[in-house]
Design a binder for this molecule. Structure first.
Ligand code: T3D
Length: 263
């Protein structure tokens, strides 16, 4: 499949998806969703050799959420937003969250609506100092979607989640970092370089272990402590049989850097 709304590249175990509709601040269209589904399926395919994914945006925006020019409607013809969420936005967030490898968000500019949700869905999210975040949904009479009602209270706490969602005020990257919504703010000219360097580093790390860290942390929001202890035991048992665990121990004992293969 060739892409016209995203750029997609895989090199040295690192996949990079760049949302590429800069004149619309990379707002989502049905076409972009289709291309993202295709690219994410390639990343998930073990034959691709991907061991880390970076998601960013072209131009001055990260992503402005749904392209509202595709939502103009007449009184007698309402769009079924349940269907667009079901077929486009939910599969996107599920695909990103279920990848068995680390996903790095590189928020180069404004992240609004479902664009902010996508940034929150990444495992480690950087933002350029000039970037901003906006839960735009309330301004349209909508509820935050694409996982924002899940991520916001867990990351920032209930009071901030309610303020962000109901007031729809744009916040700075620094505020997003202070509130725990993202990992780190970096100067604009350094952000992409550091995000790519981190993706390259993570692509050399024990991929199965990282995937199971993701899984364990995801489960922790609904599990009891007893369930979580059992899950940690089961994951550790599985990881104890991996080549990367053997290599990690051998490298430590030999006082040399480990060479992880992701197996
Ligand atoms: O619909 C469903 O299926 C349900 C799911 C919904 C998920 C959602 O994401 S709902 C939320 C949709 N997004 C928004 O409401 C955000 C709308 N955009 C904005 O509020 C602002 O553009 C920003 C705060 C993101 C950025 O502001 P600013 O001042 O930096 O840029 P701008 O001048 O507003 O935008 C630049 C251009 O991008 C402009 O076009 P122009 O005037 O140069 O021709 C603007 O219209 C366009 N643009 C920005 N966001 C969107 C967009 N065009 C279409 N859709 C957009 N979402």
């Amino acid at each position: 499949m060739s892409y016209s709304t995203i750029l997609f590249d895989i090199a040295d175990g690192v996949a990079i998806i760049t949302l590429n509709r800069p004149d619309r601040l990379n707002a989502f269209t049905a076409e972009m969703h289709g291309e993202l589904r295709d690219a994410l399926a390639k990343v998930a395919d073990t034959k691709s050799g991907c061991r880390a994914l970076l998601i960013t945006g072209a131009g001055r925006g990260f992503c402005a959420g749904q392209d509202l020019t595709q939502r103009q409607m007449s009184d007698d013809k309402a769009i079924d937003l349940g269907e667009t969420i079901d077929k486009q936005f939910n599969p996107l967030i599920r695909a990103v969250r279920s990848l068995a490898l680390p996903v790095i968000g590189a928020v180069n500019g404004v992240a609004a609506g479902a664009g902010m949700s996508l940034a929150l869905a990444c495992d480690i999210t950087f933002a350029a100092r000039s970037a901003t975040f906006l839960q735009a949904f309330a301004k349209l009479g909508l509820v935050p979607d694409s996982g924002s009602t899940y991520f916001l209270p867990r990351l920032a706490g209930d009071a901030r989640a309610r303020g962000l969602a109901m007031l729809a005020e744009r916040i700075s990257a620094e505020q997003a970092e202070n509130w725990g919504l993202i990992w780190k703010v970096l100067d604009d000219d350094k952000m992409m370089g550091e995000a790519i360097a981190l993706a390259r580093h993570l692509a050399t790390q024990p991929t199965k272990g990282l995937a199971m860290i993701k899984h364990a942390l995801d489960q922790s929001s609904t599990n009891t402590l007893d369930q979580q202890l059992d899950l940690e035991r089961d994951l550790q048992r599985t990881l104890g049989h991996t080549a990367d665990y053997r290599e990690g121990v051998a490298a430590f004992l030999a006082k040399r850097p480990a060479k992880f293969t992701g197996r």
